[in-house]
Design a protein around this ligand. Sequence first.
Ligand code: T46
Length: 308
Amino acid sequence: MYLRELKMEDAPYMLEWMHDDTVVHNLQKNFSEKTLDDTKSFIRSSWNDTKDKNLAIVSELDEYMGTVSLKYIDRENGNAEFAIAVRKSAMGCGYAWYGMKAIIEKAFQELHLESVYWCVSRKNKRAIRFYDKHNFHEALDIPDNIQKRYKDARELKWYSVLKGDDFEHRTSVSDCSVIHIKTIPTLGAGELSFFEGQRNIPFDIKRIYYISKVPEGMRRGFHAHKELKQLLFCPYGRIQLVLDNGKRREEIELSDPSIGVLIERPVWREMLWLQKDSVLCVAASDYYKAEDYIRDYREFRDYVEKKE
Ligand code: T46
């Protein structure tokens, strides 16, 4: 997959998502009245636009999968607004994440901006789940002159990325890291993800274990580790992780084989199976040692307090 200029032949595919209620539901703009001519004139104007940058996310076969944009590019104040729309067939295949990373990289490296922001309706659960999954947190410092563009919209959640933020490796509020596991798609034949000890994760892997055949709604975990470091990932299904460092507690949903959560400190963890038969895989830095577990929450709080 890659980004390129929009082409006239993208127009019917663009119209497809505009008229697909599962895609446009909860977007700020109403696309239902758009025609093929509208999409063509949007594509044509994108070629000379300096205020907005609209690019196509395309497959290896150069098929349009969606549009990513930097809008209201403000060179003076060094910011722009990010926007994205992908076809239904591109959802869950990594196109949105790829497109987002690629255009934000352009914002910082080619346009030399300092920040990129965007907002979604709080009702847009799919988008919020996507941004949560990639560990973006709500931004509370969006300037008024930007927010006022959306003065008629209700219940918005704002996000921002600053130049220098590490996309592949973001620290969560409970001191864990959400990492992107290298993933290679094979045309029509799925994808392959991999990581290597000491190269992609900061420890040698001494043990791999996985938890399977768990009924929906079941909870496991309820413990912390004193020394053990682990990478948790979900190659199949949907699992919610609750992570708690003794001060802050957060929920992270694992549902994408290319996302992993790296736990390198004593963090209380609980796992909730949101979908039957989801598989939780863990790469661990040490052999199984029962004495490394803290299974009492109060004891865990005392332990982290003393460690500080
Ligand atoms: C963790 C979360 C994410 C072994 O004998 N060897 C092993 O390598 C492991 C992982 C477990 N066991 C035994 C210990 C228990 O008798 O397997 C039994 C079930 O383990 P537990 O109740 O700890 O399972 P979970 O799902 O609550 O927690 C597991 C890991 O134990 C833990 O390290 O971080 O997954």
